[in-house]
Design a protein around this ligand. Structure first.
Ligand SMILES: *[C@@H]1O[C@H](CO)[C@@H](O)[C@H](O)[C@H]1NC(C)=O
Ligand SMILES: *[C@@H]1O[C@H](CO)[C@@H](O)[C@H](O)[C@H]1NC(C)=O
Ligand SMILES: *[C@@H]1O[C@H](CO)[C@@H](O)[C@H](O)[C@H]1NC(C)=O
Ligand SMILES: *[C@@H]1O[C@H](CO)[C@@H](O)[C@H](O)[C@H]1NC(C)=O
Ligand SMILES: *[C@@H]1O[C@H](CO)[C@@H](O)[C@H](O)[C@H]1NC(C)=O
Ligand SMILES: *[C@@H]1O[C@H](CO)[C@@H](O)[C@H](O)[C@H]1NC(C)=O
Ligand SMILES: *[C@@H]1O[C@H](CO)[C@@H](O)[C@H](O)[C@H]1NC(C)=O
Length: 435
């Protein structure tokens, strides 16, 4: 109860100071008949953009400074990868899902009532941080900017309700200083990052205390840092104990041999597709056999549907039916084990019964995803998954959603670099737990 009062105080203090800033500005507007209120707000918006552009330059020009966050697989039964970062002053470390399929950065904020989920680690309390602020509606990185129009009410704060494929989260858009890096020596503090202070969420975020969006939109961590590039390497799915690094900035570059590069396909301009990273998948082989998938199966359509995205926040790859049926048939023809109905226990469509819970599945050839100019070779452990007594294809038919999705199960032990400037994805096989 005490913290509720403190939070309200903080909110009203933030409102008051925003209102004061706007009032000062408006006073000047009134004293200068040549500057309209609309122009004033536009100016504020531009200043806000410059503020964020400045961080971008700081990151890019500070001798290759890179922001780093350790990542790991979440709970044994969960399907997400978790990065650790810190929020506020003094910094509070918390785990968040790393998601290239969305933009908003959010965490649960105290006071958190019945609408909050039981999170891993300590709850962030804005009233205990000296760097917390509420984001004005008209900020360029506020989700409300479009709704607020050219002259939002002074001191208005932006409420959001972000929905995902599974679940949602709601709260007030805020700003904070974030701290990245695992050791004091490589720590980087970045002020003024816009984030969602959530006080209500669906109960779908086990093992985390929020999420970090790494998509293309202005709200994402990648965009707010002006990082230009980022790389990650997802540790093996069965091993929830090992960690690897998510790097944002120039040092994210991939070194060494065996690196393949494919261009991103321009995203549709419509939200949410504009957030996603689209790839040009031209074919799939199992072993040396190229599957007969129609050449336009993964083409983006004019209405923004179709195509294939790469998403660290989705677990199981979904393929447009014309491609999925070919993959399914190819795997079924190679495996001599009896087909089992694993849909109840795994939710997957194609499963095989193992002779016993401990028996080793048969060996299988690799599956190759032929991207434009770059082949991604998936060993069997990247496309088949072991359940209790069943062995299933870790792919499904795209029945929900507008596009096919390359999920994180397929990205295990692949070092991936998203180069935003060059508009390319580079990748190389890697042992992520040893990087
Ligand atoms: C947010 O949106 C979801 C899905 O539309 C809805 O179920 C939920 O009640 C909303 N939450 C809030 C706090 O508005
Ligand atoms: C979340 O915060 C908003 C803004 O202060 C408030 O209107 C809403 O009632 C809060 N929701 C819950 C579930 O506490
Ligand atoms: C997720 O959390 C809910 C409620 O807190 C719990 O019932 C469920 O078992 C958890 N799931 C996992 C995979 O831990
Ligand atoms: C992973 O960590 C848990 C808890 O710390 C431990 O019980 C388990 O043995 C570890 N597993 C492996 C494979 O190291
Ligand atoms: C690649 O090499 C550079 C220079 O040695 C280093 O700074 C960078 O961290 C390396 N990148 C990765 C992803 O290991
Ligand atoms: C996808 O790649 C193929 C083969 O390189 C090329 O012909 C086609 O134009 C590419 N499509 C897009 C949308 O880039
Ligand atoms: C795939 O989805 C289509 C509808 O989109 C459905 O008709 C078909 O039965 C599904 N196939 C499998 C194997 O699930």
């Amino acid at each position: 109860m005490a913290s509720l009062a403190v939070l309200l105080l903080i909110l009203s203090a933030a409102r008051a100071s925003n209102a004061a800033a706007v009032r000062v500005g408006l006073t000047r507007v009134h004293s200068n008949p040549d500057v309209s209120a609309t122009e004033f707000v536009r100016g504020a918006l531009r200043r806000d953009m410059h503020r964020h552009a400045r961080f971008a330059r700081e990151l890019a020009s500070s001798g290759g400074r890179t922001v780093a966050a350790p990542t790991r697989k979440d709970l044994p039964n969960g399907g997400e990868y978790i990065m650790t970062l810190s929020i506020g002053t003094p910094p509070l470390s918390y785990p968040a899902i790393a998601d290239t399929g969305s933009d908003l950065i959010w965490t649960q904020c105290a006071p958190c009532g019945s609408q909050c989920f039981k999170q891993a680690g300590q709850l962030y309390n804005p009233s205990s941080s000296t760097t917390f602020g509420v984001l004005p509606c008209a900020s360029s990185v506020s989700m409300c900017a479009a709704l607020a129009g050219p002259s939002p009410p002074p001191g208005c704060s932006c409420m959001y309700n972000q929905t995902y494929g599974t679940g949602w989260t709601a709260g007030i858009q805020s700003v904070e200083t974030f701290t990245f890096g695992s050791t004091p020596a490589d720590q980087t503090r970045v002020p003024g990052i816009a984030f969602g202070c959530s006080n209500a969420s669906s109960d779908d975020w086990n093992g985390s205390a929020g999420l970090v969006g790494l998509g293309r939109g202005s709200m994402s961590l990648v965009s707010q840092l002006g990082a230009g590039m980022f790389s990650y390497c997802l540790t093996p799915f069965q091993n929830a104990n090992s960690t690897s690094m998510l790097l944002l900035g120039p040092s994210a570059a991939l070194n060494g041999t065996g690196v393949r590069t494919t261009p991103f396909v321009a995203s549709p301009s419509k939200a949410p597709m504009s957030t996603y990273y689209y790839l040009n998948l031209t074919g799939i082989s199992v072993g040396t056999t190229a599957l007969s998938i129609p050449p336009n199966a993964f083409a983006l359509r004019a209405d923004g549907t179709g195509g294939l995205i790469i998403d660290s926040g989705t677990t199981i790859t979904s393929l447009v039916d014309a491609a999925y049926q070919q993959v399914r048939a190819a795997i079924k023809s190679l495996v001599t084990l009896p087909v089992a109905d694993g849909s109840d226990s795994t939710g997957l469509d194609l499963c095989f019964a193992l002779t016993s819970e401990t028996s080793t599945p048969p060996s299988m050839p690799s599956m190759t995803l032929h991207f434009d100019g770059a082949d991604m070779v998936l060993p069997v452990e990247n496309y088949m998954i072991l359940g209790s007594g069943v062995w299933c294809l870790a792919m499904r038919n795209q029945t929900i959603g507008a596009m096919s999705t390359l999920g994180n199960y397929q990205q295990q032990n692949v070092h991936l670099l998203y180069d935003i400037h060059k508009e390319t994805l580079s990748f190389a096989p890697a042992k992520c737990s040893t990087l």
